[in-house]
Design a binder for this molecule. Structure first.
Ligand SMILES: [Zn+2]
Ligand SMILES: [Zn+2]
Ligand SMILES: [Zn+2]
Length: 162
């Protein structure tokens, strides 16, 4: 009888461990966001994205020095939601929804509430290349974009124009 009682805590512990792992796995899976390959707000992009501020430009408002965001509509450089939320405020004030992260060069659309795939979306590729060159000194390595390009322009239809 005493033996039975002493064996159960060990079993319980094992169960908890497995549960913990499952939770972790589930959490990671549900937290994964895939970058979108289309966005209906691309018409608000700045017409001159060949000339952009360098990745070490401080936040225009609080002068936070690194890992800021570039507004792709007016080329303002503002800090992230983990600093003083100036890019988020900028979006709320101006409705400029497209921003590029100078920390990892990902493009975020505030209106879509999603990351955009800058290598697939034609309108974003040049600014992605430009900022990659500014940040790393070399153009980005290209994955097989030809196929994507065709799919993308088909999906976008009239909005992409090319
Ligand atoms: Zn700031
Ligand atoms: Zn802006
Ligand atoms: Zn969008």
């Amino acid at each position: 009888m005493a033996d039975e009682a002493s064996s159960s805590p060990a079993e319980e512990q094992e169960c908890h461990q497995i549960e913990g792992e499952a939770e972790l796995f589930y959490g990671a899976e549900s937290g994964w966001v895939e970058a979108r390959t289309s966005c209906e707000h691309l018409s608000s992009l700045s017409s001159d994205l060949l000339h952009v501020p360098t990745p070490d430009t401080p936040c225009n408002r609080c002068h936070h020095p690194t890992e800021n965001w570039l507004c792709l509509c007016c080329k303002d450089v503002l800090c992230s939601r983990f600093v003083n939320k100036h890019m988020l405020e900028h979006y709320q004030e101006t409705k400029h929804c497209l921003a590029l992260s100078y920390s990892d060069l990902s493009v975020w659309c505030f209106s879509c509430d999603a990351y955009l795939d800058a290598q697939v979306i034609l309108q974003l590729r040049s600014v992605y290349e430009t900022t990659h060159l500014l940040k790393f000194g070399v153009p980005p390595p290209f994955r097989t974009v030809e196929c994507w390009q065709i799919c993308d322009s088909r999906m976008n239809g009239s909005s992409s124009g090319c």
